[in-house]
Design a protein around this ligand. Structure first.
Ligand code: SF4
Length: 473
């Protein structure tokens, strides 16, 4: 997956478990399978019913946890998190779960998504005396929970969530309870599974497979689910709004072996490739996909077009993460290190190069140049998502509007800039059809805001980058 070099990154992954004596160990495996959702930090909190115990660290799950760390996390319930920093910046203080201890009890919290009114709420809370230990928007929710006057934790959480807006798939743990919640639009995926008598919650269903858990269902928009010694209980804390699952979860972020709302991600991507081939056919000798996230769509394109799919590029899996390198120039060198053309495959060929998205356009230009330098006779770029013309405020680190190439260039200008022989994007209808959600409303239950600018929630002034102030205007 090329997220870190494209400027398009998922924020986080959540994995929680209730009712298993090896809760920490299972969370460790679960977090490994969610590693693609965040590589900047990882953490696990466990409850032994009397106390919460935490370990977290920077980097990949393997870096954050060393031998012996898990043994210290004894308990029957766990809450784990992998982080990519979109809101709040990096550093251990911002790694989740965040934990708060008081005289009477403790609370741990982890979330995937982004709040659009966190800044305003934080200012209000600070005015009222709150002191923040991190710059993460998740901490705002923790403060709101702590300030709530309700005695029951479910009501405290419900009270807190009634004040926040944005995208959140959230988990909260106390000594005696695990609570999970989904925002009223259901923007981020969150599923529940069972492992024998234990309950498992994960941002993606691939985390169930790795520990042998069975998928049960999705957490519904506006729902709070409580796990405690009495089992599992569900209640609605908000009237569910129209479902708006992030389209990019299907297109790009989630792992191909995950299902979102029971639609397999690989199958959805393959269908996107088929739709793209029908909408934007071209005479060519081979189809190739940018590894790894575009391979499913490239296979679909090849199948529909009747053109052989070939491995025109390979990815070096052992190159370090490129996003930590500061300059654009170095990041672009990172592209070179990560991807190599297969000269023997592309030389002299008319190549259809399928990619899942274009953000700034720099990666696409590099790849086209690379294929041509390897001898490709023609390179036709086909993109399995519509043009990204607006930034995301819901936890996906797209660039600011001014940096999005599709917001500032025509199709022909983009084609020219990347040096491609032709360029086409899938249409919005083609994408909705390809993913195939059956929701009855006009968007098939998907968020399309980065393609249309129609955000499902209010967007506040402080969430906008200075260059993007006209976004809703
Ligand atoms: S704006 Fe785009 S990336 Fe963000 S949640 Fe909506 S569909 Fe996903």
């Amino acid at each position: 997956m090329l997220g870190e070099i494209k400027g398009l990154n998922e924020e986080c992954g959540v994995f929680a478990l209730w009712g298993h004596k090896e809760a920490a160990q299972l969370s460790y495996y679960g977090l490994h399978s969610l590693q693609h959702r965040g590589q900047e930090g990882a953490g696990i909190v466990v409850s032994d019913e009397e106390h919460l115990h935490i370990h977290k660290g920077l980097g990949l799950v393997n870096d954050a946890f060393k031998e012996g760390d898990l043994e210290a996390l004894e308990g029957h319930a766990s809450l784990g998190h992998v982080r990519y920093a979109t809101a709040g910046g990096g550093g251990l203080d911002n790694c989740q779960p965040l934990m708060f201890r008081s005289q009477t009890d403790s609370l741990a919290i982890a979330h995937n998504g982004n709040l659009v009114n966190a800044h305003n709420l934080k200012l209000e809370l600070e005015d009222q005396g709150s002191i923040f230990q991190s710059t993460s928007d998740t901490e705002v929710i923790a403060h709101l929970i702590k300030r709530s006057v309700y005695p029951r934790m479910e009501d405290k959480l419900s009270d807190a969530l009634s004040m926040v807006e944005g995208a959140y798939a959230l988990a909260v743990m106390t000594e005696g309870k695990l609570l999970i919640a989904q925002d009223p639009h259901g923007l981020r995926p969150l599923s529940i599974g069972k492992l024998g008598g234990a309950y498992v919650v994960a941002s993606e269903t691939c985390a169930f497979d790795v520990i042998g858990a069975e998928y049960e269902r999705e957490v519904q928009p506006g729902e709070i689910i409580t796990f405690d010694r009495n089992g599992m209980r569900s209640e609605l804390y908000a009237t569910p709004a129209e479902r708006r699952m992030c389209s990019m979860e299907y297109v790009y972020f989630s792992r191909p072996d995950s299902n979102i709302d029971q639609i397999n991600v690989h199958t959805a991507r393959k269908n996107l490739g088929k739709k793209l081939a029908a909408e934007a056919p071209i005479e060519a000798d081979i189809v190739t996909g940018v590894p790894d996230s575009s391979i499913s769509a490239a296979i679909g394109y090849a199948e529909e077009a009747g053109i052989p799919y070939e491995m025109g590029m390979i990815k070096n899996r052992y190159v370090g993460r490129t996003f930590i390198q500061p300059s654009q120039e170095l990041r672009e060198q990172g592209v070179k290190m990560k991807l190599s053309p297969v000269r023997g495959v592309v030389e002299g060929k008319r190549v259809v190069m399928v990619d899942d998205s274009i953000v700034r356009g720099t990666t696409s230009r590099r790849i086209v140049t690379m294929l041509k330098q390897a001898g490709a006779a023609e390179v036709h770029v086909r993109i399995s998502s519509p043009p990204i013309t607006h930034p995301c405020f819901y936890g996906i680190d797209t660039s600011t509007k001014s940096e999005l190439i599709a917001a500032t260039h025509s199709l022909e200008e983009m084609r020219e800039e990347m040096g491609a022989d032709s360029l086409s994007f899938i249409s919005i209808d083609g994408m909705l059809d390809g993913i195939g959600r059956q929701d009855k409303d006009s968007n098939c239950g998907q968020c399309l805001a980065c393609f249309t600018g129609n955000y499902p929630t209010d967007i506040y002034e402080d969430t906008l980058h200075p260059h993007d102030k006209v976004i809703n205007g």
